[in-house]
Design a binder for this molecule. Structure first.
Ligand SMILES: [Zn+2]
Length: 72
C-alpha cells in the first residue's frame, strides 16, 4: 500500500510537469501554424521553411528571423 502511495505522488508531479510542457508546446505550435505578415508585401503568406528562415508565398521573398516567429 505504502509503495503505491509513493508512486502516486511522483506520478502526480510528473503529470503537472508534463501538462506545463505540453501547454508550452501547443502554444508554439499554434503560433507556427498561424500565417505571418510578410515585411515586404504586407500579406499573410509567410511560412517557416527552416529554423530562422522564412518565405513569403505571395512575393516569394526569403528572409531570416527568429526560429519560430519571423519578427517581434
Ligand atoms: Zn511577401
Amino acid at each position: 500500500m505504502g509503495r503505491t502511495k509513493k508512486v502516486g505522488s511522483t506520478g502526480r508531479y510528473g503529470v503537472r510537469y508534463g501538462l506545463k510542457l505540453r501547454k508550452k508546446t501547443l502554444e508554439v505550435e499554434s503560433k507556427q501554424k498561424k500565417k505571418h505578415i510578410c515585411p515586404f508585401c504586407k500579406k499573410t503568406g509567410v511560412k517557416r521553411i527552416a529554423a530562422g528562415i522564412w518565405e513569403c508565398n505571395k512575393c516569394m521573398n526569403k528572409f531570416t528571423g527568429k526560429a519560430y516567429f519571423p519578427g517581434d
